[in-house]
Structure formats: C-alpha cells, structure tokens
Design a protein around this ligand. Structure first.
Ligand code: ASP
Ligand code: MG
Length: 385
C-alpha cells in the first residue's frame, strides 16, 4: 500500500465529464489499495475568468480581495470532485488549503508556503477516505486566505507530498515535460528525466508544465515529481536530482514581461519593491553603473502601480507593454553559440532583442511578444532538432 499525492490541473477537470473521468481514475487507485490525496486546480479557465471579473470592477484590485476571489475557483473544483467520488462509491472529503494546514507568508497573490500541518488530512486518510485538497491556496499567520501565484496547485501537491512522506504525481494535458511547449512547438520531444535546476529554470522562463516554486520545494525536500498526462499512457517525466548534462535541455517563452533600466545603485531599493507587487525577476544584469531588470508580470495584478513605484526608485520602463521573453535552458546556455542563436532567431523575425541575460543554466532575451510562438519554434529547430 502506497501513499500518493496526485495533482490534476485545470484542463483535466475542465468539464463535468472530465471531472468524472478523474474521479474514476482516483477511485480505481483507491480500490487497488493505495491511500490517495488529490490536489485539484480550478476548472478550465476559471482563474482567468475570475481575474477578468476583478478587472471589470477595479484596474488595481487589492491583493487580499483578489485572493478571496481567486481561491474560490479551486474550492468549486474540490467540492465537485468529492461529489463525483461519492458517485463512484468511494468515500472522500474535500478541504480548503487552510483546512489542510497549508501555512503561507503574507504575500497575497504570490504567497510562499512556509509550513504544512496536514492534521485533518492524516485523520481522514486513517479513516480510509480519499482526501481532496484545493490547490493554489493557503492561510497566513494572520488567518488571511492567500494564493500561491499562477500555477500554484503544483506547489500545494509537492508541499503535501513532502509533509506526508508521499509520492507526488502531477497530471496535466501533456505527457510530461517537453523540450518546448508541444502545443506551440510540434517538434518538441518529451524528456524522460530532468534535474531540479533545469526544470526550475524552464519554469521561471515561462514553461507552464510545472510551477517554479513547486520544483524549488521538491528540490529542497528531495521529492521526485512524476509529470504525466491525465488522459492515459505510461509516458512521464521524472524530475529529480540529476546533474545537468551539457547542451540545451529546452526552450521556453513568457508573454507577460516588463523591462526596466536603472542606475546600479538603485537596484536594492527597486528589488525590495518587487515582492509586494508579485513581480518575479526573470533577468538581471549590471555593468558600468547601469542595470537592466526583466520582470515576469504573471502574478502582478496592477502593473501601472508597479511601474510607478519603480519609477520612484529611479527605474525607467523600456518598451512598454507587449513585451515577452525567449529563453534557452541547460548547461549549454552559457555558450556563446546559444546566445547567438537566440539573437539571430529574433533578428530574423524582425524582433531585435531589447536586452539579453545570461546565467549558468539559462539565456533569456526580452523582445516584442507578438511573434514569440514562431520564435520558440525557430529556436527549437536551431538548438534541438
Ligand atoms: N488555478 C490556478 C491558476 O490557474 C492555479 C493552478 O492552476 O495551479 O493559475
Ligand atoms: Mg499548472
């Protein structure tokens, strides 16, 4: 008998029919004798729809209230999945993140898990029940509901697996981690295994298949993540401790990005502002007194307020909105030929890079976002085909 945490993404529970399919899979696993905790995301595009609703009411919604709103998506999915399991004849109980003991810091809409106390989860498992936990959410020490940033249900699953000593399986509509998003780059190949560090860089660079904070958590706790498709097949990617081989592991693109230039001495003040807005660093370079800072806006819900605060710290926004980032990830990312390939691909598409950031495992170029899918296909062809 094994204890397993299974996470199902939004596309896996997008309709009642798909939700029933997930319930049938979970029921079969339970009947086979395993103890099962299911972490579930909001159905389909629910989170995007809730965000759009918030924007109709306010261009800069308070982040606390956003969390009250966004956490509702997973709450709907967890209750419906529990009902579907009852229909399968399997006893199940659903819990919010707070009830499941997911404790976070206070950073609304981009919170980090600080501790997991799964007391009620353990109790229900001991009663033979399947436990369903709402992904992407927790509770702060001030008893406020928080959410973990987009894609955060993965982090819930890894954190629970670590706390329970369980295996961790992450199900989505793709059969693992690919050398690029297979929905954008048809030539992308599945990677049978991948090290934590490379996966983290891919996630940071915009690969949506696994969340960066989830991978960081898995690395720190030594949890292997098995990424698989909900819709069958034994294919998977195992993300675990593996030394990064040479070369390029994958390419990724991020659409919601902002680029700032600022005096190097203003960097500490500027960086101190980021967390409060949910902004994440995608690239940073400093030379000769000047610095460039590339930010992911995925969890920024009031970009004008972020730009205003950064301007106050002496930063100038370059290129405005509609910027994206194209990245290549792997130990080879530090080689000049890889940076050159990124530059040439973007130049060839008439989207000259506005800034280039190189690190040991990733090279990232900021560019206009309009032709990113094409850029990803071309870069993949150059580096991985
Ligand atoms: N529902 C949230 C999102 O769309 C969290 C998740 O899916 O992991 O980002
Ligand atoms: Mg996801």
């Amino acid at each position: 008998m094994a204890l397993v945490v299974q996470k199902y993404g939004g596309s896996s529970v997008a309709t009642v029919e798909k939700l029933r399919g997930v319930a049938a899979r979970v029921a079969a696993r339970r009947r086979a004798g395993d103890e099962v905790v299911v972490v579930v995301s909001a159905m389909g595009q629910t989170t995007d729809e809730l965000l759009a609703l918030a924007r109709q009411v306010s261009p800069a919604p308070p982040r606390r209230e956003l969390d009250m709103l966004l956490s509702a998506g997973e709450r709907i999915a967890m209750a419906l999945l529990a009902m579907a399991l009852h229909e399968e004849g399997v006893e199940a109980k659903s819990f919010t993140g707070s009830q499941a003991g997911i404790l976070t810091d206070e950073a609304h809409a981009a919170a980090r898990i600080v501790e997991v106390r799964p007391v009620r989860v353990r109790e229900e498992l001991a009663r033979g029940r399947v436990v369903i936990v709402a992904g992407y959410q927790g509770v702060s020490r001030e008893k406020e509901v928080t959410t973990l940033g987009r894609g955060g249900s993965d982090t819930t699953a890894v954190a629970l697996a670590a706390a329970l000593g369980a295996d961790c399986e992450i199900y989505s509509d793709v059969a693992g981690v690919f050398t690029a998003d297979p929905r954008v780059v048809p030539a992308a190949r599945r990677l049978p295994e991948l090290g934590y560090e490379e996966m983290q860089e891919l996630a940071r660079a915009g690969a949506r298949v696994l969340n960066a904070q989830a991978v960081e958590f898995a690395r720190d706790r030594g949890i292997a993540i098995r990424a698989r498709s909900t819709f069958g097949g034994s294919e998977e990617t195992v993300v675990a401790a593996r030394p990064a081989p040479g070369g390029v592991a994958g390419v990724a693109a991020a659409a919601a990005v902002a680029l700032f230039e600022l005096p190097e001495r203003a960097l500490p003040a500027a960086r101190a502002l980021l967390a409060g807005h949910g902004a994440r660093e995608l690239g940073l370079s400093a030379a000769g007194g000047h610095a460039a800072l590339c930010l992911s806006l995925e969890d920024v819900h009031a970009p004008e307020a972020l730009a205003r605060d950064l301007a106050g710290a002496g930063a100038v926004e370059i290129g405005g909105r509609g910027i994206g980032a194209l990245s290549a990830v792997g130990r080879g990312a530090g080689e000049p030929r890889v940076a050159a390939a990124v530059q040439e691909v973007l130049l060839g598409l008439g989207e000259p890079p506005m800034a280039l950031f190189t690190g040991p495992l990733r090279v990232t170029a900021c560019c206009g976002a309009a032709r990113l899918p094409e850029a990803a296909r071309k870069l993949h062809a150059r580096l991985l085909e």
